[in-house]
Design a protein around this ligand. Structure first.
Ligand code: FAD
Length: 461
């Protein structure tokens, strides 16, 4: 039986572990943290001190530039008790969010999802859904074109920036849709960097699903819990608080890994770290120079998130998700897109105590902008302003708010100038998966799809 080591117990590692255990591999997952989930981790903050929270966030490339009241007071007054906070999460986008259920269904398991259309916040209110029936009829010819475009056509469009396509074809609401959705499905604001081909592929998936965004009932922990129980059932092993310190390679072939001080032999090693961090674990001299350079220069995407805990909310908002666009604010790409999500305010998300409502939101920025205090201040104002359009005078109902900033929302940005690497590396039996590699979708979906790609690849070889 071939022995597989998976480095990382995030969604990519757990999906791969379940699929490969089913194929008969002997699988060990090593996770650095005490908890599974990686960047899709659900935290019970009552179990963490402020110091532990800060340290955990920094290991995931995050920090908290703002909160209300101060983060010290939030912790000393135990304001987070009874809430579950995703490390940083909003919604699983696109019709393809059901992908995780395609994986789970192959094990006769399923996670129920809350689902939402996308609403749109305007200066004086909102449209929900964003597209009315009349809009849909008007843009039907364009939608049909999207659905029918061949892969060959899409490949030609891969190197065409969406900004050019918008200039040529974007009129009225179609222009707005292209501007907002191409940003939200890549978490990149600069339209010159977004590929038209990728945008169309992603849009096609949206139209395949009945509603374009979803959030698991019971929170993201419901997904990890299901995957972990499948892995255990199939005799796979999950080792928590066990960071891998080294991947051993000899003669261009993987030999095993070092856990703490101990060498453990493996036939196959799968890293789920963002690819640019692979060389923290392995000697870069063992790889072709071109490959090393390509991986090390990859960049992720950033965002400022806001979690608002509210005492009161209009029932009509619960379960709905809204996008907004803020123009000419001087970020990369000038305009910035964000989202405010009330799916997490639904009692079915089970993220907040009774009679409290957790609202998650984010605004897209670059990794550099996510480290720049004055940009973050501007982005915070925009998030607060858009929430106040949906919930006027929300401050009156606010129990607390926390604003995490992140510079690895996506391990690698899906942009024209930042080609994501393949799951296959130049080293025999060393593979990389996760949201930083080339697979359908971004974020959570990309992580799941990369694990499925690897499973298919190993079945063929
Ligand atoms: C703030 C924020 C908001 C987000 N919002 C969304 C969203 O709305 N929609 C969406 O689709 N995606 C979103 N994402 C992205 C999504 O969370 C990630 O794409 C997804 O969780 C990545 O999964 P992964 O398994 O590829 O990587 P990770 O989750 O990063 O998993 C890697 C794992 O490896 C572990 N690890 C690292 N080093 C070692 C080591 N040496 N040894 C052992 N283990 C190690 C880490 O602890 C981690 O658990 C968001 C991310 C953040 C941070």
């Amino acid at each position: 039986m071939e022995k597989v080591c998976i480095i990382g117990g995030g969604v990519a590692g757990l999906t791969a572990a379940a699929l490969l255990s089913k194929k008969g591999y002997s699988v060990d997952v090593f996770e650095r943290e005490e908890l599974l989930g990686g960047r899709a981790l659900t935290l019970d903050p009552s179990e963490l001190s402020l110091e532990e929270y800060h340290k955990l966030l920094s290991r995931f490339h995050m920090h908290i530039p703002f909160s209300e009241p101060s983060i010290e007071e939030v912790f000393s007054e135990n304001l987070l008790d009874g809430y579950y906070i995703d490390l940083g999460y909003h919604a699983i986008g696109g019709g393809e969010y059901s992908n995780i259920n395609q994986v789970l269904e192959s094990f006769n398991e399923k996670v129920e999802f809350l689902e939402s259309f996308v609403g749109f916040i305007k200066e004086d209110g909102y449209d929900y859904p964003f597209l009315s029936k009349i809009d849909k009829i008007r843009i039907l010819p364009n939608i049909l074109r999207l659905l029918l475009a061949s892969e060959k056509t899409l490949q030609k469009l891969d190197s065409v920036p969406i900004s050019e396509t918008i200039k040529k074809y974007g009129r009225g609401k179609m222009k707005l849709i292209l501007e907002v959705f191409s940003r939200s499905i890549t978490t990149v604001n600069n339209l010159d960097k977004i590929s038209t081909g990728e945008m169309i592929r992603a849009q096609r998936n949206l139209y395949r699903g009945s509603k374009p965004v979803g959030y698991p009932k019971g929170g993201l922990r419901a997904v990890h819990g299901k995957l972990a129980s499948i892995i255990h059932r199939l005799n796979g092993k999950i080792h928590l608080s066990k960071p891998i310190t080294r991947i051993e390679i000899n003669d261009n072939k993987v030999q095993g890994v070092v856990v703490g001080e101990e060498f453990k032999p493996y036939d196959i090693v799968i890293s789920t770290l963002p690819p640019q961090y692979l060389f923290n674990l392995v000697d870069e001299e063992l790889f072709p120079k071109e490959y090393t350079r390509a991986l090390k220069t990859l960049t992720g995407t950033g965002s400022l998130c806001a979690y608002y805990a509210l005492r009161e909310i209009k029932p009509g908002l619960i379960g709905k998700t809204f996008h907004f666009i803020e123009r000419d604010i001087g970020v990369d790409g000038d305009d910035a897109v964000g989202m405010i999500d009330f799916m997490t305010a639904s009692p079915e998300s089970r993220l907040s105590p009774k009679d409290r409502f957790l609202v998650q939101s984010y605004i897209i920025c670059t990794p550099e902008e996510a480290k720049d205090k004055s940009t973050l201040e501007k982005l915070r104002e925009i998030l607060d302003k858009n929430l106040s359009i949906l919930v006027p005078n929300y401050e009156k109902h606010l129990e607390w708010s926390i604003y995490p900033a992140i510079w690895h929302l996506d391990g690698v940005a899906k942009t024209i100038d930042n080609p994501k690497p393949s799951i296959i590396t130049p080293i025999e039996n060393l593979y990389i998966i996760g949201d930083g590699v080339k697979a359908l979708g971004i974020g959570f979906n990309c992580a799941v799809n990369s694990a499925r790609l690897l499973d298919e690849y190993l079945s063929k070889t």
